[in-house]
Design a protein around this ligand. Structure first.
Ligand SMILES: [Mg+2]
Length: 256
């Protein structure tokens, strides 16, 4: 999992929740894209399949800090500074720790994902929506397979996905490094022009759009998701994944 610098500021506002599904799916004019050609649906995991208000990142963030303290013998302040610096400079804190300190990535990933999944609630509506999306569905995460499987089990969506591409499969090159996307494409023999990436971090949509994928931004109130949130790399935008999937399924069914 990518260690997020900042945690979600607040839960969705009452106004957003009251807006209803009709107002949720927004496709910017001029870059609207149909979905008829999509045969592979690629989903980010954290803060995409479950809402950012679950704040799982806060837990991972603390565990990363503790790992650095104990492994490198730093105090909390120094560990925090290093954690954030490596996140900025290497895309994930783990990449910096591997490069500069020879940290064992498997031990690191196991440690930082020992989190409490209580905030993630089972989502039968998500499971039902995913099952109706025509084509195969994949998970693409900067976290680990073990973490992805735990979250998917908790949500009740494990059987909706054909495969998981994690940071280990990406040989520790995280999104948004384009090399990571290329490995994903190769591993699952994806035609990027027939693939959609659904993801909460706008910067992770940039390489996807460059490669020809259709992109869907899960808009959150998180500060870290504000950068690059506008632009031609964002083809669809929604605050509600389930509502977007249901709208997509309905529009695809109506055109067949
Ligand atoms: Mg995410």
């Amino acid at each position: 999992m990518t260690p997020a610098d900042k945690s979600a500021k607040r839960a969705p506002s009452a106004q957003n929740l009251a807006a209803g599904a009709a107002a949720i799916v927004v496709t910017p004019p001029g870059i609207a894209r149909g979905l008829d050609h999509i045969d592979t649906w690629i989903f980010d995991l954290d803060n995409t399949l479950y809402p950012a208000r679950c704040r799982l990142f806060d837990q991972v963030d603390r565990l990363i800090g503790r790992y650095i303290e104990t492994q490198l013998g730093l105090d909390a302040v120094a560990a925090r500074a290093l954690q954030k610096r490596y996140f900025r400079e290497h895309g994930t804190t783990l990449s910096g720790l591997m490069r500069h300190h020879g940290v064992d990535p498997h031990k690191f990933l196991a440690f930082v994902h020992e989190i409490d999944l209580t905030p993630v609630e089972p989502s039968p509506s998500l499971a039902a929506g995913l099952a109706r999306l025509p084509g195969r569905r994949l998970i693409y995460t900067n976290g680990s397979v073990a973490h992805a499987e735990r979250v998917m089990e908790k949500l009740g969506v494990r059987s909706a996905f054909e495969g998981i591409f994690d940071i280990v499969a990406g040989e520790f090159r995280p999104k948004p490094e384009i090399e990571s996307y290329r490995r994903l494409i190769e591993r699952f023999r994806i035609d990027p022009k027939r693939a959609a990436l659904i993801e909460d971090l706008p910067k992770n949509l940039i390489p996807a759009a460059e490669l020809g994928m259709t992109t869907v931004l899960i808009a959150t109130d998180s500060e870290w998701a504000n950068e690059e949130a506008e632009g031609a790399h964002v083809h669809h935008r929604t605050e509600d994944l389930v509502a977007w999937i249901e709208a997509a399924v309905a529009s695809l069914a109506a055109r067949r």
